[in-house]
Design a protein around this ligand. Structure first.
Ligand code: SF4
Ligand code: SF4
Length: 314
């Protein structure tokens, strides 16, 4: 109770009202597919956390856009809230340590929290030439992953690179880049693809773990069903235009202004599983198709090769 009071006081000091926070918890509960009865329980996960699992966040072949997306575009201060319910032991983008000290921090964290930490992996892993296409402190990404991930309690691959290889794995892929699950032959990795993924799907996965003590149910690609069980097309507000064969054929046209379907300018919504139309981005402001841009299928395996050339009808 005391901790909860402190929590809400801290929120207020940052200009976030209890009402705003509950609104966020309501959105999160709905995204996770839970009934409204869970809203207060989910609020408690943040306000009075029972445990703060250690997290080791590894970066491999990627652009850090997933970390940036998570840290910069959430509902106000939710990035901070999540960092408070987790004990982030290692994260190259946000930690103060560098060089030798950073390496020591990684080794010490893996040793200290063996079997208890959540390993979040951002980026894909080069597998050819002994992993020679990517190294940190003289160790290949492959070696770092092999030495770290098997010691984790759970592994989350954040972003399409970690999940399926992403851009580094696009043809001709000389380094043999692969998604983390494929490179290490993992059966139980949670994949949260997207380029970048929606931060709310990552938060939902973590909150599911803290609330129920287990990771969410996954599809055959390792993606949480709560976020990836439907296609973009099946949730799209432009769907009636598709059914009526009302298509945008040229950007900037009258049809585009009318909000017609983007299929003929390359929308891959029918082939893409993700919750963008309901979760949206930037505090629920909008999402690509709402802004007039076709879905490019960023959360599907091999999307750079399979979904391109972009802007052309399949
Ligand atoms: S804009 Fe894309 S996702 Fe929406 S209805 Fe058209 S094809 Fe489907
Ligand atoms: S609309 Fe499509 S391309 Fe855009 S973020 Fe969602 S899944 Fe990725």
């Amino acid at each position: 109770m005391e901790n909860e009071k402190k929590f809400y006081k801290k929120l207020e000091s940052k200009g976030v009202s209890r009402r705003d926070f509950m609104k966020f918890c309501t959105v999160l509960t709905a995204t996770m597919g839970f009934s409204s009865a869970y809203v207060s329980k989910i609020a408690e996960v943040f306000a009075a956390p029972k445990l703060r699992p250690p997290v080791i966040w590894l970066h491999f072949g990627e652009c850090t856009g997933c970390s940036e997306g998570f840290l910069r575009s959430m509902y106000p201060f939710v990035d901070e809230l999540v960092l408070e319910i987790l004990s982030v032991e290692y994260h190259e983008t946000i930690m103060a340590a560098a060089g030798v000290q950073a390496e020591e921090q990684l080794h010490d964290a893996v040793k200290k929290h063996k079997g208890k930490f959540i390993c979040v992996v951002e980026g894909s892993i080069p597998t050819k030439f002994d992993g020679g296409y990517g190294k940190i402190a003289g160790r290949s990404f492959l070696e770092i992953a092999e030495k770290t991930i098997p010691k984790a309690l759970a592994t989350i691959g954040i972003g399409s690179c970690a999940a399926f290889g992403g851009l580094p794995a696009a043809k001709p892929n000389p380094g043999g880049y692969m998604g983390v699950g494929q490179a290490l032959k993992l059966k139980n990795i949670v994949n949260i693809p997207g380029c970048p993924p929606n931060p709310i799907n990552f938060v939902g996965t973590i909150v599911n773990f803290l609330l129920l003590g287990k990771l969410p149910t996954l599809d055959t690609q390792g993606r949480p069903l709560f976020a990836y069980d439907k296609t973009i097309h099946d949730q799209c507000p432009r769907r009636s235009h598709f059914e009526n064969e009302e298509f945008v054929e040229v950007f900037g046209s009258e049809e585009a202004a009318q909000g017609y379907c983007l299929y003929k300018v390359g929308c891959r919504g029918p082939e893409t599983y993700n919750n963008c139309p309901v979760a949206k981005f930037n505090d629920g402001t909008s999402w690509p198709v709402e802004a007039g841009h076709p879905c490019i299928g960023c959360s599907e395996p091999d999307f750079w090769d399979k979904m391109s050339p972009f802007y052309e009808e399949f």
